[in-house]
Design a protein around this ligand. Structure first.
Ligand code: GA4
Length: 331
């Protein structure tokens, strides 16, 4: 009899870290964009969590489903096919390696700009019939999600009683806006799940550097956020809603009143998780500093002066879990 030796599953993934999942947290702030009071609720959620869920968002379900279908088709391609669109420098297909500092996660992804001409060139490298469909699905989705992101930023400005309603949103609407888009696939890992009560870390803890991130995922759990007392809570998945993260740049523009949310994603033992995230960023030349109108009389900026280009340049050379804004704080 031939006995094939197979390593215990947990040893097959020595390079990916694991951690325990927690119970779903029922208290994630829920913002109904059709509610006239939503601007105040948004401000409260940004102060308390730096994170909230949005319903009645106006993004057509059809756009969401089409993009998810194309994303699933892309991730189902054979690895050599997907690798034709890689490595991500910074755009393109990536697998397990995140950033430039050796971070590893149980995830594969496609990093894209929000500039469709550039994406079109990148996707040309993919064989198969679905590149056109993927491109069209991306066009519709990105435009619609950016519009919704801008509405939220305008409600935020109103809630903060800022006269210039588009003070944040104009940065995303600018032709030079350095926004990026990411499709993530966290494959299931049943072997590991059967052996332990732990999950592989799909995307390690970090904050997003931009202004806001607009995330949508399929109905698979995995997203966790860190709350004020430092504990991690699991976000119940909801494929019909969007989740909004406050990014580092918005933390600076509000002089720390809003906190960028630390978050991470655990791979699910049995189900694929597919997420699509729009990261709304300012133009590279934009000076990121606390808004004068939010500063009380003798209040001082907590941060040194920097442009988005300078911030990005620094943080893209750091590890995922580094406290990036720490490098820009006044002592
Ligand atoms: C986190 C948010 C976005 O996914 C991202 C990530 C980027 C990358 O994957 O290349 C970074 C990460 C993110 C922050 C620190 C650096 C850069 C990986 C990393 C280690 C696209 C982004 O803008 O910043």
């Amino acid at each position: 009899m031939v006995v094939l030796y197979s390593k215990p599953a947990i040893e097959q993934f020595p390079f990916v870290r694991t951690c325990k999942s927690t119970k779903f947290f029922p208290g994630i702030p829920l913002i109904d964009l059709s509610n006239p009071d939503s601007k105040h609720q948004i401000v409260k959620a940004c102060e308390e969590f730096g994170f909230f869920k949005v319903i009645n968002h106006g993004v057509p379900m059809d756009f969401i489903t089409k993009l998810e279908t194309e994303a699933v088709k892309f991730f189902s391609l054979p690895l050599p096919e997907k690798e034709k669109a890689g490595p991500p420098n910074p755009f393109g297909y990536g697998n397990k390696q995140i950033g430039r500092k050796g971070d590893i996660g149980w995830v594969e992804y496609l990093m894209l700009t929000t500039n469709q001409e550039f994406n079109s060139e990148l996707l040309q490298s993919l064989l198969g019939g679905n590149k056109e469909k993927l491109r069209f699905a991306l066009d519709d989705y990105i435009l619609s999600v950016r519009k919704m992101g801008c509405e939220i930023l305008e409600l935020m400005a109103e809630g903060l009683k800022i006269q210039e309603r588009n003070v944040f949103s104009k940065l995303l609407m600018d032709e030079q806006s350095d926004s990026v888009f990411r499709l993530n696939h966290y494959p299931p890992c049943p072997e590991l799940q059967a052996l332990s009560d732990k999950n592989l870390i799909g995307f390690g803890e970090h904050t997003d550097p931009q202004i806001i991130s607009v995330l949508r995922s399929n109905n698979t759990s995995g997203l966790q956020i860190s709350v004020r007392d430092g504990s991690w809570i699991s976000v119940p998945p909801d494929q019909d809603s969007f989740f909004i993260n406050v990014g580092d740049s918005l933390q600076v523009m509000t002089n720390g009143r809003f906190q960028s949310v630390k978050h991470r994603v655990l791979a699910n033992g049995f189900k694929s998780r597919v997420s699509m995230i729009f990261f709304g960023g300012p133009p590279l030349s934009e000076k990121i500093a606390p808004l004068a109108c939010l500063m009380k009389d003798d209040q001082e900026s907590l941060y040194k002066e920097f442009t988005w280009f300078e911030y990005k340049n620094t943080v893209y050379n750091l590890s995922l879990s580094d406290n990036r804004l720490g490098h820009f704080k006044k002592i």
